[in-house]
Design a protein. Structure first.
Length: 210
């Protein structure tokens, strides 16, 4: 077999008995890494550590995978200012989280003959959130509805990383505040214990004839 050392160095072609002896002397495992090669290739390694590191890498890969999520927001062509602000807030939240947003304008009755109302509303919304997202799919009439899709400027993994960083920052600030509080309590406690001694010293230093 061809033997590879724990740091990737080439040991050379050795007998299996010699490879097993080297593994035992090094307190390592002998692992076959290329069974179809001629001769087969084996490597000296800590197999338990190898499996653990691979599991960690797989977990990190899964964490960083971006699952495409499309949120949907429905509006009416003649939506009032308050409702529009609320709906826009939801769209902003979705885009910040790295999700796509499907905006649907629902027409009813005579509104179906005024598609320009829906088009202008979608344009307005796209302009209001342009710092966070872009128009991935332009407004299109779909039966009684008009649909537009907004895509986020940031990837979902980036958004998650920022959320984690912000959470860690706040946790660090809370820990620092607690440590400062504890230090102040200790200082106040020490000062309170020392106060009687200071009072006693002042009394002793007073002139008895006064």
């Amino acid at each position: 077999m061809r033997l590879v050392g724990p740091n990737g160095e080439q040991v050379g072609i050795v007998r299996i008995d010699d490879a097993l002896r080297l593994a035992q002397e090094s307190d390592l495992d002998l692992v076959e890494v290329a069974a179809t090669a001629r001769p087969p290739v084996c490597k000296l390694m800590d197999y338990g550590k190898f499996k653990y590191e691979n599991a960690q890498k797989a977990r990190e890969t899964r964490r960083n995978q971006t699952n495409t999520v499309i949120k949907e927001m429905k509006l009416r062509p003649k939506i009032d200012a308050h409702d529009y602000a609320t709906k826009r807030g939801h769209v902003v939240r979705f885009l910040k989280a790295g999700d796509k947003v499907k905006i649907t304008i629902m027409f009813r009755g005579r509104e179906q003959h005024r598609p320009e109302l829906g088009f202008r509303l979608l344009q307005r919304l796209a302009g209001d959130v342009e710092e966070l997202g872009f128009v991935e799919s332009s407004p299109k009439q779909d039966g009684r509805n008009m649909v537009m899709v907004l895509g986020p400027h940031r990837k979902k993994a980036e958004a998650k990383a920022e959320v984690r960083a912000e959470r860690d920052r706040k946790a660090a600030e809370r820990d620092a505040d607690k440590a400062l509080e504890q230090a102040e309590r200790v200082e106040r406690s020490a000062a309170a214990k020392d106060e009687p001694r200071r009072e006693r010293r002042r009394s002793e230093n007073l002139d008895p004839d006064m």
